[in-house]
Design a protein around this ligand. Sequence first.
Ligand SMILES: *Cc1c(COP(=O)(O)O)cnc(C)c1O
Length: 365
Amino acid sequence: MIPFIDLTRQHAALRAELLGAAARVLDSSQFVLGAEGKALEQELAALCGVRRALGVASGTDALRLALAALGVGPGDEVITPAFSFVASASTILMVGATPVFVDIDPATYALDVAAAERAITARTRAIVPVHLYGHPAPMDRVVELARAHRLAVIEDAAQAVGSAWAERPVGAWGDAACLSFYPTKNLGACGDAGMVVTDRADVAERVAKLRHHGDSGRYEHVELGYCSRLDELQAAVLRVKLRHLAAWTAARRRIADRYRARLAGVGLELPIEAAHARHVYHLFTVRHPQRDALAKLLADEGVSTAVYYPRSVPDQPMFGGGAERRWPEAWRASRDVLSLPCFAELSDDEVEQVAAGVVRACGRL
Ligand SMILES: *Cc1c(COP(=O)(O)O)cnc(C)c1O
């Protein structure tokens, strides 16, 4: 069976380096808010083309703290796409604000900017675009819309580290952006971790307080904060992996090119890379009206697949439902998307086997 993702390959290749990094932290015995975290913050700020980065406990907390740092709270509405991981919207609820869902552009899965404009009310405070699957949202148009209405922009870049729109990295467009280092993300920790990146000194200072009990420096708690730091072991692991990220992204892009060449004309809708976009293929996601039957045939072919996501966000039981009528593209995506194996350690042979399996499976549908 070809795995959907296999982290053991990555960790076997980096084993000595990772153990060395962990030993360094153990020897320093500084585990929270130390030198590794600081160095990682500088490295990721540079990668995202911004001045500041703040390590936090998860991508979810990065969103939550960024929203709070920008003053989003009760009474505010925040616009976010109806198709994403639940955290893009649940974090809006966590700070006491109201998520306002807008439909997606079916070609890129990014929020539909015209729909976002129609959703703006007097209460709208912010927009949370999501760079889903590693494909950037059209950030020039998102930022232009936000400026015209004085809205904050918080990029959900959890799946898109290293991606860019119009040559400018994701993370550099919004007032703040959120990265996730969940183990299966393109840059994954050995546990939970996340980061807020921002070019705004005021936002960085506020996140620095919020992640550490609202502490302004020395046991002086100036506001209600959280306990959400990125620990030194994870930071050390991430610094080892960050040195390989560019090569891993290049490998993902090569796999995507190969799939695209092999799967043209078999009756699948293939992912696109829009003009101005640099896709980092966190997921290689195809579409087919008989998605479940296709997944079953592929399993019989020895190819593992996965569905991100089987429900739109508003159709999650915690929200009100109604996506089929109100966010039809998000609803349709939840019914027909299917992701194929796409990770850097996949061999050429395996890529070929996946492609051949998909061609055969499509022939039988
Ligand atoms: C993974 C993810 C998150 C949350 O990140 P965690 O580190 O798992 O908390 C948020 N948004 C999107 C789009 C994600 O894929």
